[in-house]
Design a protein around this ligand. Structure first.
Ligand code: F6P
Length: 376
């Protein structure tokens, strides 16, 4: 009798990003067509495994999705160990382990960003054969050259910055463009350089508003009465960054649950005060420079729509890498992009380690060389 085909589960978790469907297709096509495995999708992230939201994936469900944005599986930010069920928080890890066995799975592929890597590690430690792929427009997953979704989001943000140039120029205005990226500046920095922003503000380099105003005034003195300021949603002024760093350090040093909770509350307060930061920045720059200013929040368009060729290629490569790892019995790993190839990196090395922009990164140096004000 031929051996029973391996059966793998797949889910997408966290914020969606372009390239998820290309990755699902990559895993699925390699698993079904190349390795003769079976594949089952779970809808809406880890919740799909808890609530038995299965979707059988076969050649026909995988057809035609390479170019489609979002994820055919749906996604959610649910965590296995803290899931809201009937209005209360529950640890659903055991249920997931039980269902994994009940559905006869040999492996589970989780596509996601930093949070998903942590959750996948928890499930691996609970005994599941887990393989992950790095997805996020923020590009902040450690141990991989890149995450899929980032290249497309950078293309979109760049195009939007391009478009802001002509209107800023025509009206002699400052246009502040808020770019996504959570607490990492990759997207703003990449799109800012590619789109020729005059000022680029990222979370890794806290800014001094006076330095930004000086740079804009210098441009005006030289006859250029408009400026594009690309700001990461997580960018902060120096004072705010100091308060954050102090609260983070208190959280790290906390010896008791009580101290940890207090530091978490402090961080949450700082986060809520940060809301509206770019609105205040635009207003403040107008006051300091006497140039009319406007704010454009690029928002979710950065995550939507068809993936770029670069992301389709990356997602397909990584997806096939996941099927290869499962065939070889390599688990508890993230399939990372390394040069032209892929590498299976232990999840312990990835989980909880955000990849932020080093302040001396070559992209930062490039921005400075072409005269971009980095706000410091
Ligand atoms: O992680 C991707 C991302 O788009 C971040 O850039 C952004 O901060 C966040 O997700 C927005 O989250 P949500 O989709 O939950 O609003």
């Amino acid at each position: 009798m031929p051996p029973k085909p391996k059966r793998i589960g797949i889910l997408t978790a966290g914020g969606d990003s372009p390239g998820l469907n290309a990755a699902i297709r990559g895993v699925g096509k390699a698993a079904i067509g190349f390795y003769n495995m079976e594949i089952i999708g779970f809808r809406d992230g880890f919740r799909g495994l808890v609530e038995d939201r299965r979707l059988k994936l076969d050649k026909s469900t995988l057809a035609g999705i390479l170019t489609v944005g979002g994820t055919i599986l749906g996604t959610s930010r649910d965590k296995p160990h803290r899931m809201m069920i009937d209005g209360r928080m529950h640890n659903m890890t055991e249920t997931i382990v039980k269902n994994y066995k009940r559905f006869g799975l040999d492996a589970l592929v989780c596509l996601g960003g930093g949070g998903t890597q942590k959750n996948a590690l928890r499930l691996h430690q609970a005994g599941l054969n887990v393989v992950t792929l790095p997805k996020t427009i923020d590009n902040d997953v450690s141990m991989t050259d890149a995450t899929f979704g980032f290249a497309t989001a950078m293309d979109i943000a760049t195009e939007m910055i391009d478009r802001l140039h002509s209107t800023a120029h025509s009206h002699h205005r400052i246009i502040v463009a808020e770019v996504m990226g959570h607490r990492a500046g990759w997207l703003t920095l990449g799109a800012g350089i590619a789109g020729g922003a005059d000022v680029i503000l990222i979370p890794e380099i806290p800014y001094d508003i006076n330095k930004i105003a000086d740079a804009i005034r210098r441009r005006s003195k030289n006859g250029t009465n408009f400026s594009i300021v690309a700001v990461a949603e997580g960018a902060m002024a120096k004072e705010e960054a100091r308060a954050y760093a102090a609260a983070e350090a208190r959280k790290e040093r906390a010896k008791s649950q009580k101290e940890k909770y207090a530091a978490k509350v402090e961080l949450a307060t700082l986060e809520s005060r940060h809301v509206g930061n770019t609105t205040r920045l635009a207003k403040h720059l107008e006051e300091l420079t006497h140039l009319e200013s406007r704010l454009t929040i690029l928002g979710y368009v950065q995550r939507g729509g068809t993936p770029s060729a670069a992301d389709r290629l990356l997602a397909t490569r990584l997806g096939c890498g996941a099927a290869d790892a499962i065939e070889k019995g390599i688990f508890g790993v993230m399939i990372a992009a390394k040069g032209d190839g892929t590498e299976a990196v232990p999840l312990e090395k990835v989980a909880g380690k955000r990849k932020i922009v080093p302040v001396d990164h070559s992209w930062v140096q490039t921005a400075r060389r072409v005269g971009t004000c980095m706000g410091d």
